[in-house]
Every structure is written in C-alpha cells, then in structure tokens.
Design a binder for this molecule. Structure first.
Ligand code: HPA
Ligand code: MG
Length: 181
C-alpha cells in the first residue's frame, strides 16, 4: 500500500486512493465530459469552493476544452424568522441565463447543498445544468437528481485529502484518506 496513516486535526486517516488512482479517475471523467459535449455548445464550469479547487484544476487541464471557469461559493444562512433560510451563490461574475453549466464539486455526500444550488441555477435561467463530482457517497445520498460524471463512489465514511478537509485541514494531501476505524 502506497503511503501511510496520517493525522489531520487530531483524527487518524488511512490511505484510500493513491495519486495515480485519482489521476486515472480524473482522466476517465474528462473523457466522458469531452464526449458528452463533443460538437456542441460548451458549458461554463462552476467550481464549488472551497473543496473542489483541487479537482477543478486537474479536470480543467485534463479536459483540453476551451471552457471558462468560475469559482463560486454557496452560502446558506438563517434569515429572520419570517423569511426563513436564505441561500445565495457568491462569486458569480456573469449571468447564467441561457447558458449550459457544468458544476464541478469535490464530493456529493447527502446532496442537499447541491440540490439547493441546482434550484438556484435553474431559477437564474441556466439552459442546462450537469454535475461532475470527484466523489459521491451513494449510501448517504438523499437527492432526487443525477450526478452525471463521478470519479469514484465511496463508502459512507469520512474522507480527507485531494481538496477535502477535516476542520479546515488536510486539503493539500495529494491522496485520498479515509477515517481509520
Ligand atoms: N470529508 C470532507 N468533507 C466532506 C465529506 C467528507 O467525507 N463529506 C461531505 N463533505
Ligand atoms: Mg464541497
């Protein structure tokens, strides 16, 4: 097994996917995306900060497509009791009306944040919204939408590395690590 157990913010993690395994997943996802959009209007990539910046950097270079990329952050905060929960996309510098959008996400876990984001993108008039997620956790997923391009399906356990954090740390680990049981 490549690599050793690491400790991130006091928790122990075991190697789960090596750099070369990750690179081959990214290459396969890029090939899927290229073939889906071949000969068609290309999407704008929306990289969901913070976690997706590592995957987005690798995916963009693997894609070899002339696409724009925007970096967004999804905020949801409690409004007043009368208006309830308000959510908003921060960082979007251009209108999405009539555009094709490919959301680039590090991990779709329960999928609830992504569900709200998709509603918001549709409300803004995006013509098509597709999702590329490096990781999913099918056992935790509660959404009723499709994640179109998936690097790797994970068991329902906590992971760090490759952009994913535990308490803000561990994003720079080049491999994916899973919490040691
Ligand atoms: N690790 C880090 N961040 C996450 C995870 C995880 O397993 N699931 C959703 N966000
Ligand atoms: Mg994320």
């Amino acid at each position: 097994m490549e690599g050793e157990t690491v400790e991130v913010a006091g928790l122990k993690f075991t190697p789960y996917l090596s750099q070369s395994q990750i690179a081959s997943r990214v290459g396969r996802v890029a090939a899927e995306i290229r073939s889906y959009y071949a000969g068609q209007e290309l999407p704008i990539l929306l990289c969901m900060l913070n976690g997706a910046f590592v995957f987005a950097a690798d995916l963009l270079r693997a894609l070899q497509m002339e696409v724009e990329i925007e970096f967004i952050r999804y905020s949801s905060y409690q409004g007043t009791a009368s208006c309830g929960e308000v959510s908003e996309i921060l960082g979007l510098r251009q209108p999405l009306r009539g555009k094709r959008v490919l959301v680039v996400e590090d991990i779709v876990d329960s999928g609830l944040t992504m569900a709200r984001l998709m509603q918001e993108l549709e409300r803004q008039g995006a013509k098509e919204v597709r999702i590329a997620a490096m990781f999913t956790k099918p056992e935790a997923f509660r959404g009723n939408y499709t994640v179109h391009h998936v690097g790797e399906e994970l068991p329902n356990r906590f992971v760090v590395g490759y952009g994913l954090d535990y308490n803000g740390l561990g994003r720079g680990l080049p491999e994916l690590y899973i919490r040691t049981e």
